[in-house]
Design a protein around this ligand. Sequence first.
Ligand code: EPZ
Length: 469
Amino acid sequence: MRNGGICMAGDFIITGGRPLSGTVRIPAAKNSVLPLLAATILCSGPVRLRNVPPLADVNTSLRLLRGAGGAACRQGGDVLVERAPTTCRLDAEAAAQMRASILFCAPLLARLGRAETVLPGGCRIGARPVDLHLSGLKALGAQCREEGERLILTAPSGLRGADITLRFPSVGATETLLLAAATAQGSTTLRGAAREPEIADLAAFLCRCGASIRGAGTSTIRVEGRRTLAGCTFAPMADRIVASTYACACAAAGGRVELTGCAPATYAPLLEILAQMGCSVECGPETAVISRFGALHGVGKVFTGVYPALATDAAPLLAAAMLTARSESSIEDVIFERRFVCAEGFAAFGGRVETAGRTLHIAPARRLSAAEVRAPDLRGGAALVIAALAAEGTSRVRETGFIDRGYADFARKLGQLGAQITREMRPVREKRKKHLQKTNFDLQSGPKDDTIQLYKCSKRNSAHCAVLR
Ligand code: EPZ
């Protein structure tokens, strides 16, 4: 977490073996809020998003909007975007921090005719190319140029509606193309679109601003381009993955937890599998009560998939709950090829796990013991916290910055449910960045590692390289 130039790193210290009990109100969904913040670029008037959780990725999104000349701030629990960006270049360091930065390109392109960014960062759960985003934008009249890590999009004669078919129902590509088509000239039909609820949320926001979109939430979406979109006030949908996280935490630690403010239908496959494992699951329209007092058992082979199948983001969370089941399970993530990097952490707790390609095999482990582990990514980090809640003894989960990207007040909320969890902050002074005159630098990438090498000297007379950590 950034706080006055000091990057606050911290570890979660968790003493497991305690059942959970209580109620959690599920916050707005990160994966809806981020595309909505990108969508504000299209709006001619102010936008207020209600009850936006204080997530690191939301802060990064506000940096992107402000860095491009927009005016965006937090106001109580809301986010207020009062002015859309006026320049087309996205802050490279912020854009490199999250996958969702790619979503800011289409609206910049639609509004200003140009967008410049670096290839997005985010959880390293797979290759995560952006070819579907770019091919769809080209179909709408955009020109795309990649120079190393640098991405430049132009639309000299504006964006024009088209008939586009996605070869894969990519969530991000569907969002990019909705954002591009909303103010394009003419009609767009998007076939093979993603059906995730976050897509329907984005469409609902755009329609409230005056867009004409039909079929969002199905695999065929039709858009009639509108010249301008107004602003609006909008409450993003609840976070079905955060709800899944607390449900799996209850399954792993035992006890009884009520989740409110999130429709169980948006994470039904997860709840169904927890019931098959031996949890009691009682659902209302906007609530789910999960309880587990006896032993858990395995459920054999489980697959993730595109919505409405089991969400890929829920796979590591469910795996953590399966570690202490009395019989075997396996989960194959058909979406991302590196979803189970957290398996190493599961093994450190005594989990009997093995990965084979995209599949995690989980054999019964009599019990889990405390360990010191490192969050590899956002959902893998949350899954390691869940495992620590079920482990006997006191564990340490490092790299909690990954978890802050998608969970607000995670330790506080788990503590309110009875977990013994604290956060040990270790103020880490950021290495002073060599601020350079950036006029004569080209963005190129070095080998991908933890240090994002944003600027490499071009052959011209640039004298420095800036390596930002
Ligand atoms: C979104 O990522 C979510 N992120 C992810 O949540 C989520 O796991 C994913 O959708 C799937 O539901 C946000 O919404 C910010 P995709 P996205 O495009 O858009 C391939 C979390 O933890 N693909 O549906 O990147 C891609 O490599 C995050 O909150 C291409 O090949 O997902 C992957 O294998 C993690 N070319 C598959 O499609 C492209 O141009 C699904 O990716 C785009 C994607």
